[in-house]
Design a binder for this molecule. Structure first.
Ligand code: FES
Length: 116
C-alpha cells in the first residue's frame, strides 16, 4: 500500500540552496495520519535523495540529534550504530548495514528540488 505522505511526482520539496555542499538535510511529510521522511544530499552541483531510514535497523538519520550527520563532506553517518553511506550513491561504506540507502528520484527546476 502506498504511503499518502510520500510526495507525488512533481511536488516541490525544498529550495536547493538549503542543501549545503557536502551535507544533507532531512525532510518530513505527514498526510492522512501517515509519515514519510527523506534526506536530500549534495555533492557539488549535484543533489540526491534517499529514504530517511538506515538499512541496518530502519532508524532515521536525524532522530537522535535533529540533523543528519555528514563526515568529511563525504558520507552520511548513522548515529545509531555507526553505519556510513556515500553522500551521492547511498552505497554502504562501513558499519553494520549490509545494503545501501534507498534512492528517491528528484529533479531540480528553477532552484527547487522536486520529486521526479
Ligand atoms: S540503525 Fe543505522 S547503523 Fe544501525
Amino acid at each position: 500500500m502506498s504511503n499518502p505522505a510520500r510526495p507525488a511526482a512533481g511536488a516541490p520539496l525544498t529550495p536547493a540552496i538549503r542543501v549545503p555542499d557536502g551535507g544533507a538535510i532531512p525532510l518530513h511529510f505527514r498526510a492522512d495520519g501517515r509519515f514519510f521522511s527523506m534526506i536530500v544530499t549534495r555533492r557539488g552541483a549535484d543533489l540526491f535523495a534517499f529514504e530517511n531510514a538506515c538499512p541496518h535497523a530502519g532508524n532515521r538519520f536525524d532522530e537522535m540529534y535533529g540533523s543528519v550527520i555528514v563526515e568529511k563532506k563525504s558520507y552520511v553517518l548513522c548515529p545509531h550504530h555507526g553505519a556510513s553511506f556515500d553522500l551521492a550513491s547511498g552505497a554502504c561504506l562501513g558499519g553494520p548495514s549490509e545494503g545501501g540507502l534507498t534512492p528517491i528520484a528528484i529533479v531540480v527546476e528553477d532552484g527547487v528540488v522536486k520529486m521526479a
